[in-house]
Structures are given as C-alpha cells and as structure tokens.
Design a protein around this ligand. Structure first.
Ligand SMILES: Nc1ncnc2c1ncn2[C@@H]1O[C@H](COP(=O)(O)OP(=O)(O)OP(=O)(O)O)[C@@H](O)[C@H]1O
Ligand SMILES: [Mg+2]
Length: 259
C-alpha cells in the first residue's frame, strides 16, 4: 500500500488522489509570483506540525528573506529551527561547478548531509531547481546531476521532495528545461490568468503517477494564516461576473486545516 503525505492543503490532497506518495519527487512549476514558494513552505509546515524533520534549500533567494517574507502570512518557522526539526539553508552553485562536478559530484548531497548531520529527512524542497542549470550549456550534466540528487533523496533518505521550477511567463511549457517533469512522479502547475479584467490564480495537477487525479483547473487565493486556499474550478467563473468572495464549500474544508 502506498503511503500518502498531506500537502497541507486539504483540497489539493483530494485533487492528487489522496496526497503525494511518500518518498517520491514532485515538480511544482509556475511563473514568477505564482505562489510556488508559499505552496512549498505550506507543505513543509504540514510536516513540521507532524514532527517530521524538514529541509528547505534555497537556490536563489536569501533564505533569511524567505523566512521573514512568510511572516507576512503569520507563519513562524523559528521554533522549528531552534528545536532542530527544520533546516533551511541556501546553496549557490555556479554553472561551471555543475559542469565540473557533473555526475560524479556529491557536493550538493554532502551539503544537505552536513546541514542535517546525516539525520533523517522526511520532506525536502529545492527552490528553484532551475537555478541549478542557469547558464549551464551542457544539458546532459544538469540532468544527470539532478537525477543523482533525486536518487539520493528517494533511495537513501526516503524523503518526499518538491522540486520548484519557474517557467517563463505566458509559456505553455511545464518546466524551464523540459526534463524536470520526466524525473518527477507528479507535476503541479500554478499560474496567474487574466479573466474578465482581473487576474486570477490557478492551479492544476498535470501528472500524478499511480493516482486517480482530478484534472480540473482550480482557482485559488493566498491568504494570511491559511496560505493557499483552493476555490472553484476556473470554468465556473468563465462568462460570469464574479467577485473574489464567491467560493465553494471546499474553501471551508481548506480553512479547517491548522494554519
Ligand atoms: N502575506 C501575503 N498575503 C497574501 N498574498 C501574499 C502574501 N505574501 C505574498 N503573497 C502573494 O504571493 C506571491 C508570491 O508568492 P511566491 O513567493 O510563493 O511566488 P513564487 O512562485 O515562488 O515566485 P518566484 O518564482 O518569483 O519565486 C506574491 O506576488 C503575492 O501576490
Ligand atoms: Mg519562489
């Protein structure tokens, strides 16, 4: 029986067919500002609230900025950091390093091991993996590098992993480089769409191996405390004059979760 892991967003767990599969790797893809980092931290908060050791690796933004940024949502990660359950840190890699170390390199994995002192990891987020490949000319090295990291996290740690990847605004691609989605067991796509003269946030699951997923495109809000709150399908808004307050009963379901 496959063990399921809650994303911290109850409605998303339903869309995924019961949650993420424990120990697998998933891609969260979306344009800048789509809400990827917030979704990822909501996933980690859920784990931390269940006493699971969690790791957040920031690959471009200063990790301190991320942690102080989410305080605007009323989320405080410091008690978990102080108690040794949460390990947020940043790694900055030069394209040349990725190339130089290539497949043989264990530098990235060793950095994770060093930070966690070799202890167990239940959930991990790499945000964004696309930064690993910035400027790297030879795709082969980056793909193998990423594959090696994923193998380590899945086989040695048995961690459930979210790889965050940014996609160019307006693009129909699922990932920056086109191979991240093949390495992942599932793909969640987040976007911002123009509808009736306003912008709405949307989210859908593009792929979910071994699960009966819901392929509907949903709208969502980002709210203080609750974070990502999934609302009605975007189809139900098309052609209607709507206000952001119009919601489905699933919203209550979502807000009932600990925040
Ligand atoms: N406290 C808050 N309350 C409501 N909405 C917020 C709050 N903080 C941030 N947001 C919304 O979340 C968006 C950013 O979300 P997030 O940082 O998760 O995006 P991202 O997809 O990771 O972007 P990037 O690719 O640039 O890293 C902001 O543009 C803003 O609209
Ligand atoms: Mg981000």
């Amino acid at each position: 029986m496959l063990q399921r892991v809650s994303t911290g967003i109850p409605k998303l767990d339903k869309i995924l067919g019961g949650g993420l599969i424990q120990g697998r790797t998933y891609l969260v893809a979306g344009e800048t500002g789509a809400g990827k980092t917030i979704l990822a931290l909501q996933f980690l908060r859920e784990g931390l609230s269940r006493n699971e050791p969690c790791v957040y690796v920031s690959l471009d933004e200063r990790v301190g900025n991320v942690l102080s940024g989410v305080e605007t949502l009323g989320w405080n990660f410091w008690p978990y950091i102080n108690s040794g359950l949460f390990y947020p840190f940043e790694i900055r890699l030069e394209a040349a390093e990725v190339r130089k170390y290539g497949k043989e390199s264990k530098a990235f994995i060793e950095a994770i091991r060093r930070v966690t002192r070799g202890g167990p990891i239940s959930r991990i987020v790499l945000d964004p993996v696309s930064a690993l490949a910035t400027g790297a000319k030879e795709e082969f090295y980056v793909r193998e590098y990423l594959r090696e990291i994923i193998n380590y996290l899945e086989e040695k740690c048995n961690a459930t992993t979210l790889l965050i990847t940014d996609i160019p605004t307006g693009s129909t691609r699922l990932s920056r480089f086109g191979y991240e989605e093949f390495l992942a067991s599932g793909v969640i796509v987040m976007s911002i769409t123009r509808l009736d003269g306003r912008l709405v946030r949307t989210l859908y699951v593009r792929k979910m191996r071994w699960s009966q997923m819901d392929p509907t495109i949903y709208t969502f809000d980002i709210r203080s405390g609750a974070g990502i709150v999934i609302k009605q399908p975007i189809d139900s808004l098309i052609g209607k004059t709507t206000t952001p307050e119009v919601e489905t009963e699933d919203v209550e379901d979502n807000e009932a979760s600990p925040s």
